[in-house]
Design a protein around this ligand. Structure first.
Ligand SMILES: Cc1cc2nc3c(=O)[nH]c(=O)nc-3n(C[C@H](O)[C@H](O)[C@H](O)COP(=O)(O)OP(=O)(O)OC[C@H]3O[C@@H](n4cnc5c(N)ncnc54)[C@H](O)[C@@H]3O)c2cc1C
Length: 462
């Protein structure tokens, strides 16, 4: 079926916007975070409601067209868009209702984290959220959702009370501990494999809105010493401490000391998810080390801290990641060298410690596993010139090989690009993968939702 033919389809009752290839907003609507991705859906169905999602999905199935689901468009795989298919775009669905007394919310699936954080902060409430405000709530949460508050409040999926979704056969269902509990288990870490979530019901937590947070900057040659210090400090740190070490290029920004701008730098991003005075006391030994070239940790709104991560939409991106078993001296020395030669100004390698609340949840409780890995390393590599794609992709793989000897063999689903089925499977491990494939066979036997980090239905064979 040609794109032009699909453009003629009418969708009676559809209350959102149908964006065809000849529409003025088409190119903007199909753009995703990763500039490497240039896919042309036959139709972008920007939905206003769950009923719109049902209609758009029915159209795709009737016409035998591929389906992709667009939450915030941040997946580095670009799976929010598909060629010649129907892109079910949820960005028209941004309603959020907060129950301040009950500390819960109902959030529609088209919200991004900046919108979500701003709404909850108005009530002095928060949820562990993505480390970047334009990332979609939906894709991140379904992949389990890691963020600066996770050691205190758990992963996003640990705070999911229920989800409203449209299944592959077009039914609107609820998934919770009591309704469709098998589905609820799979939605907490299994990605977008089991249906199109139209709204999430989350548990929220009291936070701030002012917290002690910010960044510490160190010259790149200090990387090994700072990393050792972080490793040792985190052995006894309370759950309130959220921290990550980033190897990147210092931006040309006023908060960076002049001589460091444009040079390799080590950034420690730090938050204390509790009382500010207590945070000053707890973080004092960490901040005393060095000294850092700049200490910008101070009381600030949590929502401002959430905007401090790097964000390079439109850059060519290749990402990979690994959960690590340990970080012995040898690993630190090998890894620290990478701080001296960042791949590009649009790249960052981030190392985040585990522990805290997620590690106390039973491994089998959710589809997301790997709760006890002490470290998660994420290679966020971007650059501007497409001519560099092959060479830089090879370079990222080579960079990531340095820590492979200490890898658990498992990977965080939200952090990987198009690295093949084996790596997706490695997110779950054998036992969970088998359970997820059975679940997929029950809820999406035809693999309608396959433009994602795909779990193949059990019946389809290995
Ligand atoms: C700058 C940046 C920062 C990031 N920071 C973090 C971080 O701190 N923590 C973290 O865990 N991850 C992080 N990520 C990774 C992020 O979680 C994933 O890229 C995630 O897929 C983004 O969600 P999205 O809705 O924007 O994705 P999209 O690209 O819109 O969707 C990705 C996939 O998710 C599925 N999906 C999306 N919406 C729905 C829905 N409503 N129903 C069913 N399936 C759906 C679909 O399979 C879709 O293909 C970051 C990514 C970027 C680019």
């Amino acid at each position: 079926m040609s794109i032009a033919e699909v453009g003629r389809f009418d969708l009676p009752g559809f209350a959102g916007t149908l964006i065809h290839p000849h529409h003025a907003g088409y190119d903007e609507a199909r753009r995703v975070y990763n500039g490497m991705i240039d896919r042309r859906p036959a139709l972008i169905a920007r939905c206003n409601s769950a009923d719109d999602v049902v209609l758009a999905l029915a159209l795709a199935r009737r016409e035998g067209l591929p389906v992709s689901v667009f939450g915030g468009g941040h997946a580095v795989t670009g799976s929010a868009v598909c060629d010649d298919g129907v892109c079910i775009d949820l960005r028209g669905m941004k309603d959020i209702r907060i129950d301040p007394a009950g500390q819960t919310c109902r959030a529609e699936a088209g919200l991004n984290w900046g919108e979500f954080d701003a709404a909850t902060a108005r009530h002095g409430l928060a949820l562990t959220g993505g480390r970047n405000p334009t990332t979609g709530v939906a894709g991140l949460s379904l992949g389990s959702g890691s963020g600066w508050l996770e050691r205190k409040f758990g992963y996003v999926c640990d705070n999911l009370i229920s989800a409203e979704l449209v299944t592959a056969d077009g039914r609107k269902v609820i998934a919770s501990e009591t309704e469709n509990p098998d589905l609820f288990w799979g939605l907490r870490g299994g990605g977008g494999n089991f249906g199109i979530v139209t709204a999430f019901h989350f548990r929220l937590h009291r936070l701030g809105p002012i917290v002690l947070a910010g960044v510490l900057l160190y010259p790149a040659p200090m990387a090994a010493a700072v990393l050792r210090h972080m490793r040792d400090f985190m052995r006894a740190a309370p759950d309130e401490v959220g921290i990550g070490m980033v190897f990147t290029t210092a931006p040309d920004a006023p908060f960076v000391p002049e001589p460091a701008r444009g040079k390799p730098i080590v950034v420690v991003q730090l938050i204390y998810a509790g009382d500010v005075e207590e945070g000053i006391r707890v973080l004092a030994p960490f901040r005393a080390f060095g000294p850092p070239a700049a200490d910008l940790v101070q009381p600030m709104p949590y929502t401002e801290f959430q905007k401090m991560g790097g964000n390079f939409p439109g850059a060519q991106n290749y990402w990979t990641a690994d959960f690590l078993n340990e970080l012995p001296e040898e690993a630190i020395d090998a890894y620290a060298k990478l701080a001296l030669t960042p791949l590009s100004p649009q790249s960052a390698i981030i190392l985040v410690p585990g522990g805290g609340a997620p590690s106390r949840v039973d491994e089998e409780a959710t589809a997301f596993g790997m709760r006890t890995a002490p470290w998660n390393v994420h290679y966020i590599c971007g650059w501007t010139n497409p001519a560099d794609n092959a060479a830089n992709t090879a370079r990222v793989k080579q960079i990531a090989s340095v820590l492979k000897p200490w890898s658990t063999g498992r990977v965080y689903l939200n952090y990987i690009g198009n690295e093949g089925q084996e790596r997706v499977d490695a997110a779950f491990g054998e036992k969970k993968l088998a359970r997820l494939r059975e679940l997929k066979a029950k809820w999406d036997p035809d693999n309608v939702f396959r433009h994602n980090h795909n779990i193949r239905p059990a019946a389809a064979g290995a």
